[in-house]
Design a protein around this ligand. Structure first.
Ligand SMILES: [Zn+2]
Length: 78
């Protein structure tokens, strides 16, 4: 096991990547549907993309706070 390994960081990073992926999928779906969906459908997709964006931001913040508090951000090492 490498030095600086942190299971909590791994968990938070995975959570962030999944949330960011979901946001990317929601945005792709939204742009694909522009012009072909009804306004109601479009607004629902827009809402879904917006909440995915917020979840992704929150996950990123949790990760950043953990890295700062725990000092386990090995990606900064060069
Ligand atoms: Zn950590």
């Amino acid at each position: 096991m490498s030095a600086g390994h942190c299971a909590e960081k791994d968990r938070l990073l995975l959570e962030y990547r999944q949330a960011a992926d979901q946001y990317a999928v929601a945005v792709a779906e939204l742009s694909r549907r522009i012009g072909i969906s009804s306004l109601d459908d479009y607004l629902k997709l827009h809402q879904a993309a917006e909440s995915a964006r917020i979840r992704s931001n929150e996950a990123r913040d949790r990760l950043a706070r953990h890295l700062a508090a725990h000092g386990c951000d090995i990606s900064k090492a060069s």
